[in-house]
Design a protein around this ligand. Structure first.
Ligand code: GLC
Ligand code: CA
Length: 555
């Protein structure tokens, strides 16, 4: 609860041995940088041994570090140093699937009677009019069928992500034991918990066709948020998490409704500490437009989503607060404004990270990194972008490019822009994925030189949250959104017996006169402009102005 987190995608963070790939020593080297920013928790994405079909989410050996990222001793050094700096570490726990190169799968596929057969989900194909089809018409998240035919035994295995990521069979108690051992091993090494990957998918509906459409259909309901997930999580909690007092944050996709999210993470559920949801991630018209210039944030929807989650979790549970992760567009290219770049970047930080919950800043967000300007298919690296590109039909090359680039998971995965030297100080050699050409202007070094930068604003927000006299109010106080129907300004109170704060954020490109008749303004605590224009109870909000006030509410 009293944490501010930072997510690291190791492959893109910092390369120290000049092979073009970020590594654990890169994380080690930058721990003081993160400390300086003020965070006290990091989530590190997978660095386990892997053939890297999905950059490490396809694990070949859960107990080994991939040679791309370093060695287990490198990781132990990271843990030790982080402890000295009072930074807690959580790792990605990938438990829905393994790599097809994992020894369990290599064995499992050899015969129907192999003792690892039931570690995975095997089904016969369906024959219709003499033609064989996969067992169901379910689609996978990365495009194509959720089933892959395996010639060795002439059966299909389930894989809701890539072909190289067969799904584990959680109905098998031995699988659950094995995975508990994996978790134990890492917790024993001294880590503090997990971000639990794809956790909502561990239970599947009966294998019957989805009626949602013709052909292959991505019907999340067939493998998301089904009842037995909770049975498995209660077991994991009892046998693993609770024994280590581990912090656990589940990734619940599949459009988890509030009730379901509460089932995972309410204080009295004994499952997870919190869950990431995605409701606030697509509150704009991105899917409908053909040019970034038409992009528009749906401020009302965003406000409603925030309100819905904050209200539902009041007293009942705790929420993570994040704008994006390694699967989503960069914040500035999504909700930011290019004309008022610094103002909007700072406003977005204030707007989100002073709500009730635990902030998670995604690497590079603290300097306002943007989407990559993809122009060629060959620039993509992400398995999901590539598969889906090939599946796009009835589109010109140009349309396909636009469709892919605006949502591609490669956007947040370009190297961190540390300075303005070649390859942005990420590496001395050409990195595994291109550096965004705007590194000359947007980089850590220039942010650190300018006290007025986005980076310093992030630091101020974190400082206000963790170290100021308002700390208790911001961490534990109530949340109350006001003026819900205003489509330009997002305002909320944070309040306890000692303080009442108003967090006011303009999403508008023009100036707005705002009247705060119900409050007496005591003090301006934080702003993204150099000064404030306040006359009695009237505030002039300039474009994307964001201001935090200490107030007294007229009851
Ligand atoms: C999660 C991860 C994503 C990964 C997938 C499969 O959604 O965030 O990056 O591809 O799980 O492990
Ligand atoms: Ca490296």
């Amino acid at each position: 609860m009293e944490s501010v987190g930072y997510q690291i995608y190791p492959k893109s963070f910092l390369d120290t041995n000049n092979d073009g790939i970020g590594d654990l020593n890169g994380i080690y080297k930058k721990l003081p940088y993160l400390k300086e920013l003020g965070i006290n928790l990091i989530w590190i994405c997978p660095f386990y041994d892997s053939p890297m079909d999905d950059n490490g989410y396809d694990v070949r050996n859960f107990f080994e570090v991939s040679k791309d990222f370093g060695t287990i001793d490198d990781f132990k050094r990271v843990v030790k140093r982080a402890k000295e700096l009072n930074i807690r570490i959580i790792l990605d726990f990938v438990l829905n699937h393994t790599s097809d190169e994992h020894p369990w799968f290599i064995e499992s596929r050899t015969s129907k009677t192999n003792d690892k057969r039931d570690y995975y989900i095997w089904e016969k194909g369906k024959i219709k009019d003499g033609i064989e089809y996969p067992p169901t018409n379910w689609g996978s998240f990365f495009g194509g069928s959720a089933w892959q035919k395996d010639e060795q035994t002439n059966m299909y295995y389930m894989k809701i992500f890539s072909n190289k990521m067969p799904d584990l069979n959680w109905a098998n108690p031995t699988v659950r034991k094995e995975m508990i051992n994996v978790g134990k091993w890492w917790l024993e090494l001294g880590i503090d918990g997990f971000r639990i990957d794809a956790v909502s998918h561990l239970d599947r509906a009966p294998f019957e066709d989805s009626k949602l459409g013709e052909g292959i259909v991505l019907d999340w309901h067939k493998f998301s948020n089904l009842p037995k997930v909770h049975t498995y999580l209660k077991e994991l909690n009892k046998e693993l998490f609770s024994k280590y007092d581990a912090l656990t944050i589940g990734e619940v996709g599949g459009e988890a409704p509030i009730e379901s999210a509460l089932n995972y993470s309410a204080f009295d559920q004994d499952e997870l500490s919190m869950v990431f949801n995605f409701d606030h991630n697509w509150c704009n018209n991105l899917h409908e437009i053909n040019d970034y210039k038409d992009l528009k944030t749906d401020v009302l929807r965003l406000k409603q989503v925030f309100n819905k989650w904050q209200v539902a979790f009041k007293d009942k549970g705790w929420l993570p607060l994040n704008w994006l992760n390694h699967d989503q567009p960069r914040l500035m290219s999504h909700y930011g404004n290019m004309k008022y770049f610094n103002e909007s970047a700072k406003m977005l930080a204030t707007a989100l990270y002073l709500m009730r919950g635990t902030p998670f800043i995604y690497q590079g967000e603290e300097i306002g990194m943007t989407n990559y300007p993809f122009t060629k298919f060959s620039e993509y690296r992400d398995v999901s972008t590539i598969n889906q590109y090939h599946n796009l039909v009835n589109m010109t090359e140009e349309e396909k490019m636009w469709h892919s680039k605006k949502t591609s998971r490669d956007n947040p995965r370009t190297p961190i822009q540390w300075d303005s030297s070649k390859y942005a100080g990420f590496s001395n050699v050409k990195p595994w994925i291109n550096v965004n050409p705007n590194y000359v202007d947007i980089n850590v070094e220039s942010n650190l030189k300018d006290k007025d930068s986005i980076w310093y604003h992030y630091k101020k927000v974190i400082d206000l949250r963790l170290n100021s006299i308002y700390r208790e109010t911001i961490i534990y106080g109530g949340y109350n959104q006001i003026d819900l129907n205003n489509d330009k300004v997002y305002i909320y109170e944070r309040k306890d017996n000692n303080n009442c704060l108003l967090i006011i954020n303009s999403f508008a490109e023009e100036s707005i006169d705002y009247n705060l008749s119900n409050y007496k303004i005591k003090k301006v605590i934080l702003s993204n402009y150099k000064d404030s224009i306040i006359n009695n109870n009237n505030i002039k909000l300039r474009p994307f102005e964001s201001i935090v006030l200490e107030v007294i509410k007229n009851e």
